[in-house]
Design a protein around this ligand. Structure first.
Ligand SMILES: *[C@@H]1O[C@H](CO)[C@@H](O)[C@H](O)[C@H]1NC(C)=O
Ligand SMILES: *[C@@H]1O[C@H](CO)[C@@H](O)[C@H](O)[C@H]1NC(C)=O
Ligand SMILES: *[C@@H]1O[C@H](CO)[C@@H](O)[C@H](O)[C@H]1NC(C)=O
Ligand SMILES: *[C@@H]1O[C@H](CO)[C@@H](O)[C@H](O)[C@H]1NC(C)=O
Ligand SMILES: *[C@@H]1O[C@H](CO)[C@@H](O)[C@H](O)[C@H]1NC(C)=O
Ligand SMILES: *[C@@H]1O[C@H](CO)[C@@H](O)[C@H](O)[C@H]1NC(C)=O
Ligand SMILES: *[C@@H]1O[C@H](CO)[C@@H](O)[C@H](O)[C@H]1NC(C)=O
Length: 796
């Protein structure tokens, strides 16, 4: 939505509150309010029908046909005839849960919201994508003895089926050749749907399912027009994103992969023996409709996937757990034992921006790897500075004059804007043939925009000074080098003092193992979760910066880059929590193969409690550089090989998730429909604090609080664990009992943790750890506490 003025925002906020009380929430009404204020958008104001999702929770009947009939019945009552009902339904969700998507006016939506059995009516929304050496960096190597890959891949169990909700797949990519793959398992019930440039021969023993969903998207934007060749009405990937994420998780080994010669080496997915099921819900515009996403969840659950990987989401603010299709779809998937892994969003480094934060999903943060792409810049005075660039073009080793943006400001443009090379701020006569230096600013944050603006005035290169980050932008047209502010200032001094300032670029190189890593990427969305701060989010960090993986040759490397006639590329280096998510997906699928009986919560616990490098080298990118904490990376940087054998797990059952929703204060009746259980809401108590998560978050510690957790022994039957605590600063922490003795009858044991605040002022979040140790396993959970004083708001 376009930015709004302050008073408008307030009004919209008030409107949202009213809508929430009607249990019909979201975008349509907001538009209506904006329109009334602007008095000139009759088109929007008269829009009558819009796609709504009518969510009805757990299925009341086993037979899909009967579930579908019940949808027609409800809708016939509102629309007046069965024919009208059938005509307006886009999807009946009837396999994994019950509900439907239909075109409804807002008053019809309100009526349906009050019908029996309806949990919530949600207007269709548009979500967006959270846009290989990384596997060696995580030590998921074929030859590592007792590592996760030999176990998951070759020794035990059957591989997992991974479902991807993404932009589809480029089936011809070498990553998806099925050599050595096992036969499609008989439990698989999915389909290989045909469509434009995609037929059943495009599925194989690697890509075992492929479906595509357009109804929600087209209802929003009109028919997809594929005649210009930038989209396919089929599972074929025109955007590249889905090919990238699925090859990262499950691609076959490819020798000698590279992005135009950079990051050269063999590329492979983390779980090369896993089967892939493709659910294309996002289109090359980057948009994904929530009605389509929910249909994909419904199909994936009944098709029989083991893991779902979802690298997309909505931007903050977060919707409630019953208004968000990713939360709803994943709830039903997890209830059936399917792990759901989601990207946490790219809205960092600001706090409280993490999305996809339901406690039943695994929410992934992005970290850096030890690979960088240095490029040397030689000055006319023979000094050399080193920046970063992904440039392999020809324009190197020539000296060019260098100018500062501010010194070539266009007439009528603002000097401030010229300093950061904003659009239209530079004088083409003065920029032509020169390298331009500019500084990141509030108005211009992205090096890619600066590069485009410099190219438009025929500059021959860009040096972009910005806060330190390893996230390097592709530069195809002109060399485009990222340096930090210190180097930028040095160059500025050089320009100011040299008689004839000149620079020349060298080729980008690939440098591995020389950088401190991992760091949490600056763009990675941060906790605490704005919707339930007692649930630590994100859960875990994985590589998501400069990841090389397969790409769709139909997709231009730089969107709208037509000028450079780049040959189609089969690989691309990309960054985002979108790229981090499939790394965790692969590890989860390997863990499932090794431990087929573990619940999604047990697998998540194993990932979170076994990280061992926490706090040692991890820092959080972005200004200011600081030691990373659980709001940056959850449990920490994933340690796949240790996750196989975590010793103890913090398990959670589906009914605990429904009790969690009750404790959150959601309508009891609605939750019991959602879970298909009778009255799950018992006494309130302190459920939120005692929810058996592998972390303890106390957003408001007044004086003291005692919480409990239960651990299940998955290690040797007779084990003795001892507690060790690193108390968050400002608190005292006690664990009772401090010894846990497991035997053949005592497999699950409960303990209590008491927190006592030692502060008499309003505190900030502080962080500690609780360890259970048996001499072999170190089972760690983060402790997150914010001490508050009771009379903070009292008048003095
Ligand atoms: C699928 O398409 C390819 C290429 O167009 C064609 O060679 C093949 O025969 C088709 N297969 C089927 C089963 O239609
Ligand atoms: C689809 O797009 C092409 C070119 O972009 C245009 O010529 C054609 O009329 C469009 N078709 C429809 C049905 O809109
Ligand atoms: C690897 O790829 C690069 C660039 O694509 C190419 O120049 C080189 O010859 C290839 N090497 C091998 C061994 O195939
Ligand atoms: C510049 O430096 C190089 C090596 O660092 C040296 O060989 C060369 O003579 C220097 N040139 C000047 C003009 O100082
Ligand atoms: C650009 O600079 C030249 C030379 O100083 C000047 O003549 C011209 O008017 C400027 N044009 C713009 C658009 O600023
Ligand atoms: C909860 O939802 C049910 C079903 O829509 C409704 O009848 C009931 O009044 C709601 N209860 C509260 C407290 O809002
Ligand atoms: C197992 O441990 C529990 C207490 O931790 C103890 O009461 C019980 O007797 C033990 N059982 C066996 C078989 O050792």
């Amino acid at each position: 939505m376009a930015p709004m003025t302050v008073n408008l925002t307030k009004l919209v906020g008030a409107g949202l509150k009213r809508m929430a009380s009607l249990r019909v929430c979201g975008v349509v009404f907001v538009f209506a309010i904006v329109c009334i204020l602007q008095r000139h958008c009759s088109v929007l104001a008269t829009v009558s029908s819009k796609v709504h999702i009518v969510y009805m929770g757990e299925r009341r009947y086993d037979e899909a046909k009967i579930v579908e009939d019940s949808h027609h019945e409800i809708l016939s009552d509102i629309l007046g005839s069965k024919q009208a009902a059938v005509g307006s339904i886009l999807y009946s969700y009837k396999h994994g849960f019950s509900g439907f998507a239909a075109e409804l006016t807002s008053s019809q939506a309100k009526l349906i919201a009050d019908s029996p059995g309806v949990v919530c009516v949600i207007p269709n929304r548009i979500l967006s994508l959270h846009t290989t050496r990384s596997w060696d960096f995580l030590h998921v190597k074929p030859y590592l003895e007792n590592g996760i890959l030999p176990k998951g891949h070759m020794v035990v169990g059957t591989p997992s089926i991974i479902g991807f909700l993404d932009t589809g797949i480029w089936p011809e990519s070498e990553s998806f050749n099925d050599e050595g793959m096992l036969e499609v398992p008989s439990r698989w019930k999915g389909l290989c749907e045909e469509g434009e440039e995609f037929n059943s021969s495009n599925c194989n023993r690697k890509i075992i399912g492929a479906r595509w969903y357009t109804k929600g998207y087209e209802a929003e934007f009109g028919k997809l027009n594929t005649s210009d060749g930038v989209e396919y009405l089929s599972p074929r990937d025109a955007a590249g994103h889905g090919t990238h994420t699925s090859s990262t998780a499950a691609g076959a080994l490819i020798e000698n992969a590279s992005f135009m010669g950079l990051a050269q080496g063999s590329a492979r997915g983390g779980a090369p023996s896993a089967w892939l099921a493709v659910y294309k819900v996002c289109w090359s515009t980057g948009g994904c409709s929530s009605a389509d996403i929910l249909a994909a969840f419904d199909d994936a659950i009944s098709d029989g996937v083991d893991v779902l990987s979802v690298s997309l989401g909505s931007s903050p603010p977060s919707s409630t757990y019953v208004d968000d299709v990713l939360s709803i779809g994943s709830f039903h998937a997890v209830a059936r034992g399917i792990s759901v892994v989601c990207s946490g969003g790219n809205s960092g480094p600001y706090p409280q921006t993490v999305t996809n934060a339901a406690p039943w999903v695994i929410t992934v943060a992005a970290s850096t790897i030890d690979r960088v792409f240095p490029m040397a810049i030689t000055l006319g005075n023979n000094q050399t500075v080193v920046g970063q660039a992904l440039y392999t073009g020809k324009d190197v080793n020539n000296f060019y004059p260098i100018v500062y943006g501010e010194d070539i400001v266009a007439t009528d443009a603002d000097e401030d804007n010229a300093r950061s090379c904003d659009e239209g701020s530079l004088n083409a006569t003065l920029a032509r043939g020169k390298v331009v230096l500019c500084f990141q600013s509030r108005s211009l944050r992205s090096v890619a925009s600066a590069a485009r603006n410099v190219q438009n005035v025929e500059g021959v290169g860009l040096i972009f000074a910005q806060f330190p980050t390893k996230d390097v932008s592709l530069s195809l047209g002109i060399p485009c080098v990222q340096v930090d502010f210190t180097m930028g200032t040095y160059l500025l001094t050089y320009i100011g003092t040299a008689r004839n300032p000149m620079v020349k670029f060298s080729l980008s190189r690939t440098s591995v193992g020389k950088e401190i890593s991992p760091e949490v990427a600056f763009f990675s969305s941060r906790g605490p979760s704005s919707i339930s701060p007692t649930v630590l989010k994100p859960d875990i960090a994985a590589p998501g910066v400069n990841i090389l993986a397969s790409w769709s040759p139909a997709s231009p490397i730089i969107p709208s880059d037509t000028a450079h006639n780049q040959p189609p590329l089969n690989f691309k280096i990309d960054s985002g929590t979108s790229m981090a998510c499939p790394h965790i997906t692969a590890i989860v699928s390997l863990l499932k193969a090794i431990h087929p009986n573990w619940s999604p919560a047990a697998i998540k616990s194993a990932l979170i409690t076994t990280e061992d490098k926490y706090g040692l080298s991890a820092v959080a990118e972005g200004a200011p550089h600081k030691q990373a904490d659980p709001f940056d990376y959850g449990g920490g940087q994933v340690n796949p090989n240790k996750a196989i054998n975590p010793g103890l797990i913090y398990d959670i059952k589906t009914e605990d998730y429904t009790r969690f929703l009750c404790a959150m204060g959601y309508n009891h009746t609605a939750i019991s429909w959602m879970a298909g259980a009778v009255a799950p809401c018992r006494k309130k108590g302190n459920f939120l604090a005692n929810f058996n998560l592998p972390s303890i978050s106390i957003p408001e510690l007044k004086k003291s609080i005692t919480v409990s957790r239960t651990v299940t022994n998955v290690g040797p039957v007779a084990s003795l664990y001892v507690a060790r605590v690193e108390a968050p600063p400002g608190t005292t922490v006690r664990v009772a009992p401090s010894l846990l003795s497991f035997n053949s009858t005592a497999k699950k044991l409960t303990f209590k943790v008491s927190f006592c605040s030692r502060l008499s002022v309003q505190g900030r979040y502080s962080f500690g750890n609780l360890f259970w140790e048996d001499g072999f396993h170190v089972v760690r959970i983060p402790l997150i506490v914010r001490p508050v004083i009771e009379d903070f708001y009292a008048e003095t």
